[in-house]
Design a protein around this ligand. Structure first.
Ligand code: PLP
Length: 228
């Protein structure tokens, strides 16, 4: 089969399944988008735009290479220190996108011999991170702790979105952590809620309550664009 034949066949299959998607262009001066992750409208916030312009003037428009190769700028360290203080964490590490965070964290902890347990409705970037990891991967039914309990292994990494933004429901993070702890007493592998920072006031409040709770997860990270 040639590539052209494969492309024709694949396009026909996707169309027939009603799953053809196309990028559209919108003039956002003329409409309000409710589809974005920019819940707080920060992407167009004047102070942030001014700070971004200032930073570009001062530090340039890119990091020029990975931090391991060319090092950080002081602004990176300052931002990480502030984020860690805000989250009450020992330290913070910036990733450029939520996708990069999920792939980076899961490939780091999803080592050979471990098992990644992932909610079936997790974000696509978590699915990709799990696929790239060396660990064995198992998927549990959405928010189903009984199903998860059947799959927990001594060296498990449980990963879940905190807020499932497509369905609007929230993972029982405390219960997940408690379950993981009862089953993983012998080992100290982390349980990992991938979470979105600053989505909405109510969510923030419940996030903070969760963070204060006994069921504190061993590792947390936040995905999503600026403004989400
Ligand atoms: C849980 C989660 N992880 C990752 C992402 C992807 O983030 P980004 O678009 O910054 O790569 C999203 C975006 O909505 C998300 O909700």
């Amino acid at each position: 089969m040639t590539w052209a034949e494969w492309v024709d066949g694949e396009s026909a299959r996707i169309h027939a399944a009603g799953r053809w998607r196309q990028v559209r262009t919108w003039d956002l001066d003329r409409l309000v988008s409710f589809a974005s992750n920019d819940y707080l409208g920060l992407s167009t916030h004047r102070a942030l735009a001014a700070a971004a312009c200032d930073a570009a003037e001062r530090w340039g428009t890119g990091a020029t290479a990975s931090r391991l190769v060319v090092g950080s700028r002081p602004v990176h360290d300052e931002l990480e220190a502030e984020l860690a203080a805000w989250k009450g964490a020992e330290a913070a590490l910036l990733f450029p996108t939520g996708y990069a965070a999920n792939v980076g964290v899961l490939t780091t902890f999803g080592v050979e011999g471990a098992r990644i347990l992932s909610d079936e409705l997790n974000h696509a970037s978590i699915v990709d991170g799990a696929r790239l990891a060396r660990a064995d991967v198992a998927v549990y039914r959405h928010l189903d702790l009984d199903h998860l309990a059947l799959m927990l292994a001594p060296r498990s990494v449980v990963v879940t979105d905190t807020v499932f933004s497509m369905d609007g429901d929230v993972a029982p993070v405390d219960d997940l952590v408690a379950l993981w702890k009862t089953r993983s007493k012998a080992s100290r592998k982390p349980s990992l809620p991938a979470r979105t920072t600053g989505q909405a006031r109510a969510q923030l409040k419940s996030d903070r309550e969760r963070e204060r709770g006994d069921g504190k997860a061993d590792l947390k990270w936040s995905g999503g664009r600026a403004g989400s």
